[in-house]
Write a protein that binds this ligand. Structure first.
Ligand SMILES: Nc1ncnc2c1ncn2[C@@H]1O[C@H](COP(=O)(O)OP(=O)(O)OP(=O)(O)O)[C@@H](O)[C@H]1O
Length: 809
């Protein structure tokens, strides 16, 4: 094939030889003439072994070099490209010195004064200076060729050796990503340069027919003639549609314009339709405005007996969309697209962060890398999982207005710089080949490791034809079944051994335990016996002391009883209960207290009796007086005409009676108050003395009071009788007055009746003691001792007789 260099800038001829050393050889004609043409006539054959110009020594060197590169110790390469400011941007004053290249791998960012970062720095929550390190920094003056030489050139060479490589750009909008990938204004970008390099290196060794279609990520399918035609039509239609809508692909197409007139975007169609005879499979994807260009190179081994494709190398170039594009797209489809872009970029960031975590924190449990959260990461997953290597190209612009977004992009890239390439996962082609070569019986003694050690043959399983693969699968299935059976037998044996061992251990433990139990039981029995003996002796001692104390108590109580009997005082014998076991001292104290109380009650009782005797004497006296007065009255009635003084006398008696009732009422209230005080006093007493004993004493005092009340009632009855007598006398006097003429006032004066009336009404000194004697209780409670008052308040209720009398009266 004859492919013109883009803009005449690409000259890869010097590296073609090196590439061919390991990847391709112009053997198409040779192969087509050999037996493999009949096996796979449509697939071209590229093989370093078949290349007559490839020295064996160089291949070995190259393989060892690749081996050392695949040891997983190499970090991810992250490049930085700073685009120059445009004139318009310079006029707007975007140049504020915020991006400073300190060396070819160090960058210093200085926050401009209006940036959010500077405001945060002024608040003390962020820093205004940030330093970043990259694999290499390309400044504004760096040419596309320079960027190509340091980034993708090596990758193209690796792809032609059969390895997988990915280059992706990352940066904010308008930072120069598309310019870097596609190029513009006569400056071809990395992708066209890489394509030209690939085709130049493979020129003359390309297969003529383009009838392979990628299926999934690492497989290809051969298309028949009809399918090839359908694919071509579909591709042409897609290109026409893209050109008419003017989408991102059209820009790519514009950027891929080569001098030869072959469109960059139409590389797929170009390869399919115009570059006939080439063995290039191309896949062009557009995912959420991210542009991914993929080219696969199939390596065919013509002399192989069972397989033809030994290796598939893949080069993917990805132009990611700007991360903050949704700012400008407020609604509609563009907004949705912007969201998808940000989601996929975010997922990419999370994947890289998780990978970094898993690599740096090997002691912790690994994080799940969320590759499946977006289509972008799903496509790129294999490059992060050992199926290839990736390289990141960060684009920034030095505009002060986008400083904050630029800073975020650089922070993300700083995480990526810490990533380490994982070890390459090798397809165990050698093992599969051995499965197909060796009879199944030999598989018993063959392990994967041994197979890998035996041969360093590597490649992709797609190099086998389906029948061979099916055969290998059957063999593997049988092998899996056999190994599973072996493992089950082994597990059963291990289980038996473990069970036997466990039983032995358990029986030994049981013996030890029973022996220990016996010893413990003996020990416990001895301890219990000792404890019982101690308890017995303690109880014996205690109860003997108790009995002694009781005897002494009984003796003391007998002596106290004897004393009481000798003193002729009969207080209620109050003894402490037998259950009181507080000892002889307490008994003595209680006995003395009871004795004191009994003495006090005896005195009270004597006083009450004396008062009662006095009342009786007074009552007798009054009865005598009443009798005398009655006699005198009768005599007067007989001798003198009755005047109106009798009514006055009755009225005076009634007044006195009412006064007595009032006194009685007051006395009752006082009794109630005393009852309340008594209750509180009783509670206080019960705290220090024996409540039961005090209650008995109070009951006896109550009995005495009840007797006194009975006497009072009798007195009231007597009074009633006196009143009835007086009433009769009044009636009699009234009759006498009615029967006799009224006496002259002078005679009355003469007899002193008027004076007598006044005297009776105002000052009846001789009658006061008489009525007051009926209500002595007005003064009596006050005259008594406090204890007497307390005892009187215990009376349940005042006698109701006087009230009833008053009502009846
Ligand atoms: N190194 C450079 N030298 C000269 N001009 C450049 C350079 N890099 C970018 N430009 C110019 O800057 C402008 C924006 O570049 P480009 O379109 O590639 O940005 P982008 O990051 O791809 O934006 P988007 O994410 O929106 O696609 C273009 O006009 C481009 O020509």
């Amino acid at each position: 094939m004859a492919l013109a260099s883009p803009c005449g800038l690409l000259s890869d001829e010097d590296e073609c030889g090196a590439v061919f050393e390991s990847t391709a050889a112009d053997i198409g004609a040779v192969v087509r003439s050999q037996r493999f043409v009949s096996v796979l006539p449509e697939i071209s054959v590229i093989s370093p072994a078949a290349d007559p110009r490839t020295p064996t020594q160089e291949i070995t060197t190259d393989v060892s070099r690749r081996g050392s590169a695949d040891d997983g110790s190499e970090k991810l390469k992250v490049f930085l490209r700073i685009r120059p400011l445009t004139e318009a941007e310079q006029e707007r004053g975007e140049e504020q010195g915020c991006v400073n290249v300190q060396s070819e791998d160090n960058l210093l960012l200085r926050a401009p004064k209006d940036s959010h970062n500077m405001k945060s720095a002024e608040r003390g929550v962020a820093q205004s200076l940030h330093k970043f390190t990259f694999t290499k920094i390309f400044g504004a003056q760096s040419s596309q060729q320079e960027v190509y030489d340091h980034t993708i050139r090596e990758m193209v060479r690796d792809v032609l050796r059969g390895e997988n490589r990915l280059l992706y750009t990352y940066g904010v909008t308008n930072s120069g990503k598309t310019y870097t990938i596609q190029g513009a204004g006569g400056e071809a970008g990395l992708l066209p340069r890489a394509l030209v390099s690939v085709f130049l290196k493979l020129s003359g060794r390309l297969y003529s027919a383009m009838d392979l279609k990628p299926v999934l990520s690492q497989e290809v399918r051969k298309l028949d003639t009809g399918e090839v035609r359908a694919e071509e039509m579909r591709r042409d239609a897609l290109l026409r549609e893209v050109e008419s809508t003017g989408g991102a692909q059209s820009r790519l197409r514009a950027g891929l314009s080569w001098d030869s007139g072959i469109s960059g975007l139409s590389a797929a169609s170009h390869i399919a339709t115009q570059l006939e005879g080439q063995n290039i499979t191309m896949c062009f994807l557009d995912i959420s405005s991210h542009s991914i260009f993929t080219i696969r190179v199939l390596h065919v081994k013509p002399q192989a007996e069972l397989g033809q494709v030994t290796r598939i190398g893949e080069l993917s170039v990805c132009d990611l969309a700007g991360s903050e594009r949704c700012k400008a797209q407020q609604n509609g489809e563009r907004m949705k697209e912007a969201n998808n872009i940000n989601t996929s970029l975010l997922t990419l960031g999370r994947c890289i962060t998780a990978l970094r975590h898993n690599q740096t924190n090997k002691s912790r449990p690994p994080l799940v890398v969320p590759f499946r959260d977006s289509k972008l990461t799903r496509v790129l997953q294999s490059f992060f999982c050992g199926h290839g290597r990736s390289c990141m190209l960060v684009n920034i612009n030095p505009c002060a207005s986008t400083y904050d977004e630029t800073l975020q992009a650089l922070k993300f890239s700083a995480i990526a710089t810490q990533l380490v390439h994982g070890p390459c996962s090798k397809t165990r082609v050698a093992y599969i080949l051995s499965l197909l070569r060796e009879p199944p019986a030999h598989l018993n003694n063959t392990t994967l490791l041994e197979e890998e050690e035996e041969s360093d043959e590597e490649g992709d399983i797609t190099m086998f034809d389906p029948e061979a693969l099916l055969k290998a699968i059957d063999v593997l299935k049988r092998e899996v079944l056999r190994q599973r059976q072996e493992k089950e037998e082994l597990e059963a044996t291990v289980r038996e051994q473990v069970c036997a061992e466990m039983m032995e251990v358990i029986s030994r433990m049981q013996d030890d335990f029973s022996e220990m139990l016996e010893t413990e039981r003996d020990l416990m029995e001895k301890r219990c016996e000792n404890k019982l003996n101690n308890l017995k002796s303690s109880l014996k001692k205690y109860y003997s002391q108790e009995l002694e104390e009781r005897d002494e108590e009984i003796r003391e109580l007998a002596a106290a009883l004897k004393e009481n009997e000798e003193g002729h005082i009969a207080p209620a014998p109050i003894f402490p209960p037998l259950s009181d076991v507080s000892g002889p001292r307490r008994s003595r104290r209680l006995a003395s207290t009871h004795k004191r109380d009994a003495d006090h009650e005896s005195v009270e009782l004597t006083q009450c009796k004396a008062e009662l005797e006095q009342c009786k004497a007074e009552l007798d006296l009054k009865h005598t007086e009443l009798r005398l007065k009655t006699l005198e009255l009768k005599r007067l009635q007989e001798n003198l005409p009755v005047t109106g003084t009798t009514g006055t006398l009755t009225t005076t008696a009634e007044r006195k009676l009412q006064e007595g009732q009032r006194n009685l009422k007051q006395l009752r209230m006082e009794l109630q108050m005393l009852g309340v005080k008594l209750q509180s006093g009783e509670r206080a007493c019960c705290r220090n003395t024996d409540g039961e004993r005090l209650r008995n004493a109070l009951f006896s005092a109550d009995g005495k009071l009840a007797k006194q009340d009975q006497m009072l009632v009798e007195l009231h009855t007597s009074l009633q009788l006196v009143r009835a007598d007086l009433r009769k006398k009044d009636e009699l006097l009234a009759q006498l007055q009615r029967s006799q003429p009224p006496p002259a006032s002078s005679s009355c004066k003469k007899r002193g009746c008027g004076v007598a009336v006044a005297y009776v009404e105002n000052q009846p000194p001789e009658k006061r003691p008489f009525f007051r004697s009926f209500f002595p209780s007005r003064q009596r409670p006050e005259a008594g001792t406090p204890y007497t008052r307390v005892l009187r308040s215990r009376q349940p209720s005042p006698p109701s007789t006087p009230i009833q009398l008053r009502v009846k009266y």
